[in-house]
Ligand binder design. Sequence first.
Ligand SMILES: [Fe+2]
Ligand SMILES: [Fe+2]
Length: 291
Amino acid sequence: MQIGIVGDIHAAWDTHDTAFFNNSDYDSLLFVGDLARITGSLPVARRLAELTKPSWVIPGNHDAVTLFQLVAELKSRPLAARVGAVGMRWRVARLAAALGPVRLGGYNRVTLADNLGLIIARPHAMGPDRPYFRPYLKRAFGVDDFQTSQQRLCALVNDSPVDLVFLAHNGPAGLGDTPDSLYGCDFDPGRGDFGDPDLKVAIDHARATGHRVSAVIAGHMHHRSKHTGEWRQTSLRRDNTLYINAARVPRIEGHGSRRHHIRLSINADVVKAHAVFVDDRMQIISQERLA
Ligand SMILES: [Fe+2]
Ligand SMILES: [Fe+2]
């Protein structure tokens, strides 16, 4: 099973990328969300709709939201966030339609291969202090807090095959509390571990109920800190699970000559990942083994 993983796109996607992945040997493609530069994911979604591989996207905190709503959520203004959430279900439906054959997920499970399930976690995740975009989560999924979110994720695990991969926008809690940790907070070191607690509970529950969690894939915490310029750790192996942060932003550098993605290979018990750079003629220019 060869899976192509694309981190936060933030508008960095063009026809060269589509051509590369359509001509690749990947069985499926997973996108961790944040298609928009800031807001407005539809132009990227329409480009992704040209993909011919089975593909799934989890929405990020920049997808299907308005600028007013994003600022209200960032600044913890519950009333403004409620007002901003009006129309979010419609915006999500529009995004799903723009993606065409590429499927938009969130609190669902799909089959990647015989006996390999993919759990798509809480959509629009943005940090561990509370479930962001709560008015929308409540209306769309009945999720009001981390407790109800983790119950929903654990119920998905219960119905799953033994072998599992998780796809999330933000990664799970418990992987380090320094700015260079996989999901450590780089913009305010005082906030430490910035991973999602509900996702951690679901992963722990999967192991406790006899599942093998091959990989946990997320993004959101960009590889390079905007504040210090420091690079974070991007992969980690723990409890027989490969954790991957795919959010290299910008994912296209050098005027299009370096395009990042991750190759995840799952064969029986062997799980490997490589950071891959491709140029604008669809040639692989470097591959680096991750943890
Ligand atoms: Fe992002
Ligand atoms: Fe994000």
